[in-house]
Design a protein around this ligand. Sequence first.
Ligand code: ATP
Ligand SMILES: Nc1ccn([C@@H]2O[C@H](COP(=O)(O)O)[C@@H](O)[C@H]2O)c(=O)n1
Length: 229
Amino acid sequence: MKKITIAIDGFSSCGKSTMAKDLAREIGYIYIDSGAMYRAVTLYSIENGIFQGNQIDTERLQKEIDNIHISFQLNQATGRPDTYLNGVNVEDKIRSIVVSSRVSPIAALGFVREAMVAQQQAMGNSKGIVMDGRDIGTTVFPDAELKIFVTATPEIRAQRRYDELKAKGQEASFDEILENVKQRDYIDQNREVSPLRKADDALLLDNTNMTIPQQKEWLQEQFNKTVKG
Ligand SMILES: Nc1ncnc2c1ncn2[C@@H]1O[C@H](COP(=O)(O)OP(=O)(O)OP(=O)(O)O)[C@@H](O)[C@H]1O
Ligand SMILES: Nc1ccn([C@@H]2O[C@H](COP(=O)(O)O)[C@@H](O)[C@H]2O)c(=O)n1
């Protein structure tokens, strides 16, 4: 069967990667978490003193952007791809609240987006890919055959993230997570370059009252309709 490109965009912590990973595994497609790439650039900036306090040394980051190599490798234990920054597995570090609270200003920089989008487009040039993010259906793959835009209330998204961190035994405050979710949504929707918005031809999914199996089934149905007509 001819392979297609699937773009899943939407607000933070609404379940995009959960759906995208499950679908990719079911249909044998590559899965790419584009947010992990922006998170890896943010981690690099923090660890190398480029992002200190609220200040980003954009001149230095621009000079060093070509030295930031991001790749993904399947983790046999989880069955999911882990993110590598310059050859080091940073999967856990990039999910920390420290990175979450600083990623959106980094992702708003035009030269950072240009570098990431070029890598993402190269990853998808043979199709057979499910990519999730904020601008996949609008900028990275505007010709994707299947585009989904996911949303849910900020409170339910924060609760899901809180439950996830708690289950992992990580310290978390519900209010801090809710604030982070709202702040990222605001920056992502209001930045100048590729702001978060639903592509005109994307299908809207509000999963506030859906379970993981229900949204998985819904997505599989949309895929079947797209490929089989
Ligand atoms: N329908 C759902 N009901 C309950 N929990 C869900 C649902 N969908 C996803 N989750 C859980 O919510 C959390 C966030 O999901 P996920 O990481 O897939 O979101 P995301 O949109 O990819 O987030 P981000 O954009 O921040 O990377 C995870 O713990 C996931 O297991
Ligand atoms: N295509 C994308 C993907 C992500 N971002 C920015 O990265 C942040 C982290 O992404 P998560 O999916 O892991 O939450 C996100 O808040 C955006 O600021 C982006 O700009 N474009």
